[in-house]
Structures are given as C-alpha cells and as structure tokens.
Design a protein around this ligand. Structure first.
Ligand code: PLP
Length: 416
C-alpha cells in the first residue's frame, strides 16, 4: 500500500509530480509519502486496538527528524539503539516515557545519558550490561526500569543478516542466563526488571516465527515464579513488507494470530515497527547517466549508488525499479535485460540486476521500497554527498534534508 502512482503517464507521489521534484532538488533524491507513513501506523494501531499497545517506531529504519516528529505527533513512542538516536528523539521532544532503548553494546556514556533523560526502559541484552546499568543507576540515585531481551532461539525465515532470534546470533539473553537473572534479581537494587523483550528479526512475512517466540516466552515465564511481577512484553518489530511478490501478513492478520497468545501472557504490549511503517513510504529517484554495453551485456549507469542505498549490495535485496515516465516502460525490448548500476568503484554497486527497463540518458528512475534502511544506512563512500530528502503531504512538498555539500564532507577532518 503506497501513494506512488502514475498519472497521465508520469509518476506522482500523492499529488506531486516526481519529475518536478527531481528537477527542483536534483538526484539522487529520497521522496516520502506522509499519507503512506500515517496509514501504516494507523493500521497497526487499529489492528491491536483491543490491547492498546505502546507502538515505538524504530528510529534506525529512517531517522529523519521530520519523520520522527510526524510519528510522535501521531502518538508513537520511539525505539532507539544509540546516543545519537536518543539525541534525535529529544530533539523532536519525544516524551521520555515513550522511549525504549535496545542495542547489544550500550556504552557507559550512552547509559548515563539515557538515565539522565529518564527514558521509559532499557532493553537489556546481557547480564554484564544489566550489572553496568545497575551500577550507573546507583550513582545517578535513580531506579531504572529494564526489560530483559530474551533470545528465544527461533528461526525467522528471513535474510541471515537480519535474523536476530537464533541462538548463534549476538542478540538477547539465553534462557539459562535470563533465568539466573530473575532468580538473583535482588542483587540488582537499582533496576526494576519490568518486562521481557523480543526482537527475532526483520522482514518476517509470516506469523509463525512470532508465535513460536511467544510460545517459548510463555513457557519460560511460567517456569519462573519470580517473573510474576513483570508488567511489559515488548514483541519488537520485524513485520515484513512487499518488495517484489511477497505476500506478507497484514497488520490485521498479525494481530489476529498473535492476540490470543498475547492475552494469555497478559502483559502490557510494546511494539517496535520500523520497516512496516516507512519501507514502502519512500522511493529513491535517480537519473540515468549512461546506457552502456559491454561484452553484449547491457547496463544503465545511474547517479545513485550503494552509498545512497545499500540494501541491494548488502543483502542482494530486490527493489522494484521503474521509469518515472510510464511510456518509457513500454519501449523495453524483449530479451534485453539490463543491470542498473551506480558510479561507485565496486562490482557490488548495483540497484537492480537483469531488469526489463529501457531508459535514455537524463531519464529518471524510481527505486521502490527505499523508505526504510535507505537513507539511514547511507554513507559518504567514494566521497559522495548524501542525498536530500523530501516529504510529500498531498500537494505540498517539504524539503526535510538538504544535499550535503563538499564542505560537509570534510568538516570533521584535520589536515596536519
Ligand atoms: N527493534 C529492534 C530491537 C531492532 O533491532 C529492529 C531492527 O533491527 C527493529 C525493532 C525494527 O525492525 P523492523 O524495521 O524490521 O520492524
């Protein structure tokens, strides 16, 4: 579900022509649809309305301040994983009691800052981290709320780099250690163990991995009387979206399949969606620089690269790519599959492989599903400036990030 559609053979985001925006701000450029973002948030909220969960948008998916502000204004909390994300959350005045903090490697400084901001809770990923939080909380004279992130050892049927609930991954606490923490909870005088946290992976299209994680959690809790005082169950993010021909569970189906179990566990639920909200709410627009043939293979060289959008290179992820001018799609010659590649000096720098696309130099292409883990994973590799971002609300277009300048590229460097 999104609001990127052809109108009179030209691609529009809501009521604004993509070509017009691309001409105004130049490419590469990220364009987001506000309506899509808010509808996705509402879908999840409505699907779980019976239990009124706290929905903490996962900042890492797309951390642009205007997008965070939009979601916070709509009632979301924020799921953060670093001091930088905490800084962003405070910058847009997200209430501290709606901030939850995961990450397998929180530094002492980050923990101190988050305690100073009175965040809602830490999602703790190891016994030693719990000890450290306890120690810092003592020094701060505060009692700090935590959830234990349980590693339930479940298969989430997604790319191995974004599987996080299997025992061989670095995430969460194994059941034995979690049990020991509960049994020895008295040792941690400055923390309140208030919840259990799960996050088993990302781009999970079916319900059963979630159900299996919840069943394991229920069994785990049932065997530990000391867990009786828990208040919260954070089931993480991970809901998959359509990139190609997937048929991911809808928010409604996800809720229908998990609510019975959630109700029997009986804790207040927290969700941490990222991709589900922003993934299909954004496109990356890029311009064709060259058509190229080499050894009978066709390439379209564009001005966006792996530094702008890493997902194809990193995960071999498929993203739909179309021409902004619909008529160009019709010109495609059969048997002429092309790779769409960027200017970066890596063979892994591609946006799409073996695609049926025909485009001329100067034409614009739109890469779909670029809202999540697009700009937030971008870099300056090859000293390329990071791309601007615009947010469309109906017929209005707001620039929410400027293109970096050459000065920006070197501003932290010191010539000796
Ligand atoms: N919560 C945690 C702890 C995460 O690590 C992530 C993603 O890595 C998310 C939530 C968001 O995941 P998704 O974007 O798949 O919903």
């Amino acid at each position: 579900m999104d609001y990127f559609k052809y109108k009179n053979s030209s691609l529009y985001c809501e009521g604004v022509s993509v070509k017009k925006i691309a001409k105004k701000y130049d490419t590469p450029l990220f364009i987001y649809s506000q309506k899509t973002i808010l509808e996705h948030f509402s879908k999840l909220k409505e699907a779980f309305s019976q239990i009124k969960p706290l929905i903490c948008y996962s900042v890492k998916a797309n951390s642009n301040l205007s997008i965070l502000k939009l979601l916070v204004k709509a009632g979301a909390g924020l799921d953060i994983v670093s001091g930088g994300e905490l800084y962003r959350a405070k910058k847009i005045k997200c209430h501290s009691e709606k901030i939850v903090y995961a990450s397998v490697g929180k530094t002492e400084e980050e923990i101190k800052e988050a305690i100073a901001e009175d965040i809602f809770m830490f999602n703790v990923e190891s016994t030693n981290e719990l000890k450290r939080i306890d120690k810092i909380a003592k020094k701060s004279g505060k009692k700090v709320r935590v959830s234990l992130r349980l590693n339930p050892d479940v298969e989430s049927k997604t790319h191995k780099y974004i599987t996080t609930g299997k025992k061989e991954t670095k995430f969460g606490i194994d059941k034995k250690s979690a049990r020991e923490i509960f049994l020895g909870a008295d040792k941690y005088k400055n923390v309140i163990i208030a919840g259990i946290h799960l996050h088993i992976g990302s781009q999970i299209t079916e319900s059963f991995p979630f159900i299996s994680a919840l069943k394991k959690t229920k069994e785990f809790l049932a065997a530990i009387p000391a867990s009786k005082n828990l208040e919260f169950l954070n089931i993480g993010g991970g809901l998959g979206i359509v990139y190609k021909d997937e048929q991911p569970q809808t928010a409604k189906e996800f809720a229908k399949n998990t609510l019975p179990l959630l109700k029997t566990i009986g804790l207040k639920v927290i969700l941490e969606p990222g991709r589900f909200i922003i993934g299909n709410a954004g496109i990356l627009v890029t311009k064709v620089l060259y058509n190229k043939e080499s050894y009978n293979k066709g390439f379209i060289v564009v001005d966006a690269a792996m530094n702008d959008f890493l997902r194809p290179s990193l995960y071999n992820a498929y993203h739909k790519i179309i021409t902004v001018d619909e008529n160009k799609n019709k010109l495609f010659q059969k048997n002429k599959l092309v790779d769409i590649v960027g200017p970066v000096c890596e063979s892994g720098d591609f946006l799409g492989k073996k695609r049926k696309i025909s485009a001329d130099e100067g034409d614009y292409l739109a890469v779909f599903g670029a809202g999540a883990y697009g700009t937030s994973m971008s870099s300056n590799y090859n000293s390329r400036r990071r791309a601007p971002e615009v947010l469309i609300n109906n017929k209005r277009c707001y620039r929410i990030k400027k293109r970096e300048s050459y000065q920006d590229l070197i501003k932290q460097e010191i010539i000796i």
